[in-house]
Ligand binder design. Structure first.
Ligand code: RB5
Length: 148
C-alpha cells in the first residue's frame, strides 16, 4: 500500500501520481488534501508519515509546492526517511542507498513527465543494503537520542 498526501500546491501533481499508480496496478490511498483551497502542509505530511511509521502503509508520496515543507515535516516522524528528489538519479539513489520510505516532490517546480518518471524509478529500485544499512542504523540511533 502506498499512501499519498499533498497541500494545495501539490494537489495537481498528486492526482497525476495517483493515475500513474493506477496504471502500474499498485494500490494506493489518498489522505488529502482534496480541494484547491489553501491548507497547511504539516497536517497532511504528518498524516502520511504517521501511517507509514505505524506500518499501515509500506511507502508514502508527499507533494507540496517545492517539496521542502513536506520533507521537513515527514522527517520528524520516527522511522521515516523522506527524500526530496529533483531528478531520476536522486530518485534511484533514494531507494538504493537511503531506502527512503517516503518520496517527496515539488508540484510547482517539476514537469509532470519528469515527476512520473521519478516516482516509477523510486518504486522499481531496490535497496542495496550492505554498507548502506549501517548508515541507516546510525540514523535510527539518532532517533534513540544517541549517536556513536
Ligand atoms: C504553500 O504556499 C507552500 O508554502 C507549500 O506548498 C510548500 O512549498 C512548502 O514548503
Amino acid at each position: 500500500m502506498i499512501v499519498l498526501g499533498s497541500d494545495h500546491g501539490g494537489l495537481e501533481l498528486k492526482e497525476e501520481i495517483k493515475s500513474l499508480l493506477g496504471e502500474m496496478g499498485l494500490p494506493c490511498e489518498d489522505l488529502g488534501t482534496n480541494g484547491s483551497e489553501s491548507v497547511d502542509y504539516p497536517e497532511f505530511g504528518e498524516r502520511v508519515a504517521r501511517r507509514v511509521s505505524e506500518g499501515g502503509a509500506e511507502k508514502g508520496i508527499l507533494v507540496c509546492g517545492t517539496g521542502i515543507g513536506m520533507s521537513i515535516v515527514a522527517n520528524k516522524i520516527p522511522g521515516i526517511r523522506a527524500a526530496l528528489v529533483t531528478d531520476t538519479f536522486m530518485a534511484r539513489m533514494a531507494k538504493e542507498h537511503n531506502n527512503a520510505n517516503i518520496l517527496v516532490l515539488g508540484g510547482r517546480v517539476l514537469e509532470i513527465s519528469l515527476a512520473r518518471e521519478m516516482v516509477r524509478t523510486w518504486l522499481e529500485a531496490t535497496f542495496e543494503g550492505g554498507r548502506h544499512q549501517g548508515r541507516l542504523d546510525k540514523i535510527a540511533a539518532l532517533e534513540d537520542g544517541c549517536c556513536k
